[in-house]
Design a protein around this ligand. Structure first.
Ligand SMILES: [Mg+2]
Length: 343
């Protein structure tokens, strides 16, 4: 069953809170505050789905509460409905221009309050769902690349304040093009979904993030781990994919679906961009591919790491290998690429 929405009622007059509470308590969870200061404190604590906010209060008034909530990234999207006895248009315009979505004038009509609140709660649920869909990969239910990049940016900034470590894992399914060619795209999608599930079984902490980076490529963000611990997680991902036992007639005579995994760990320092972790992990993934696949390779890097143009090389390596011959570069980063074996 869907959880009931939580509404924060803010009014310095307890009688008003009682009227609003009576109108809404059958449908919603209710909490309340009797001052602006208290409202801000409680809003941070409970993250309400909607706030009914009195304009006229001693101390911080409703306008100021609204302004402060809108400044906070976590609370900026919480819909605010002003409640006031003012009833003049200027006050209404001021409230709406501060970011409130609606206005209810006192004396309060319980019927109107119920309908307006219901409409705005519904709209908020739709907005939340859209926002969630926009950062979720439809096939696997993992985060998509957009959320991965957003989270990585936030995490590198957050951890740079304490100089803590951050690891990024990049992995992809070995010989996936051949898998699709042999078994078809529906089986290919199923294979991707199964590997995603294995990934989620291996990466278990609430602070970690697992994402489909694109195609048959996945990524994980692991904050706060030592490199050895991140390598152990990566190894566990590889093991979990092994234990899926998905049959695969591979060009290298292997019999099952495997993954190659790259791990990049660094201490977060101010000025290091989040792209660095992706690039270094991708480079390690490339090395795992070139070394024969179905393995984990990782590295610790520092703020002095020089970013190279390896991504292009990784792709050209995969492409030449997966087309099974034809044109391919004679060598990549000094590692020879051959048409039949390395993929
Ligand atoms: Mg008041």
């Amino acid at each position: 069953m869907k959880q009931r929405a939580l509404i924060l009622i803010v009014d310095d007059e307890v009688a008003n809170i009682e009227i609003l509470n009576a109108a809404l308590e059958d449908e919603y969870e209710i909490c309340f505050a009797t001052s602006g200061e208290e409202a801000i404190e409680i809003a941070h604590k409970v993250l309400p789905d909607l706030i009914l906010l009195d304009v006229l209060m001693p101390g911080i008034d409703g306008y100021e509460v609204c302004r402060r909530l809108k400044e906070n990234a976590l609370l900026a999207d919480v819909p605010i409905i002003f409640t006031t006895g003012l009833g003049d248009q200027e006050a209404e315009v001021r409230g709406l221009s501060l970011g409130a979505i609606d206005y209810i004038t006192k004396p309060i009509s319980p019927g109107i309050v119920r309908v307006r609140v219901r409409n705005h709660i519904e709209l908020k649920h739709m907005r939340d769902q859209l926002a969630e869909l926009a950062v979720t990969d439809a096939l696997t239910g993992l985060s998509n690349r957009r959320r991965l990049e957003q989270t990585l940016k936030q995490e590198t900034a957050r951890l740079a304040r304490t100089g803590d470590r951050l690891s990024v894992i990049m992995l992809d399914i070995d010989f996936f093009k051949q898998f699709n060619d042999t078994y078809g795209h529906i089986a290919g999608d199923r294979c991707i979904a199964m590997v995603a599930a294995a990934l989620n079984r291996a990466v278990r902490r609430a602070a970690d993030l697992t994402a489909r980076y694109g195609g048959e490529e996945f990524a994980c963000i692991l904050p706060g781990l030592e490199h050895e611990e991140a390598m152990a997680v990566a190894q566990s991902i590889r093991d979990h994919v092994h234990s899926l036992g998905i049959p695969h007639m591979r060009p290298d005579a292997g019999a099952y679906v495997t993954v190659s995994v790259g791990v990049a760990t660094a201490r977060c320092l101010p000025g290091m961009t989040s792209e660095l972790w992706i690039n270094v992990a991708d480079q390690q993934l490339y090395l795992a591919k070139a070394a024969g696949r179905d393995q984990v390779i990782g590295t610790i890097f520092g703020a002095d790491y020089q970013d190279g143009d390896h991504r292009l090389h990784t792709e050209s390596c995969d492409r030449s290998a997966e087309t099974g011959g034809g044109e391919h570069p004679p060598g990549v980063n000094g590692i020879p690429v051959n048409s039949g074996g390395v993929s």
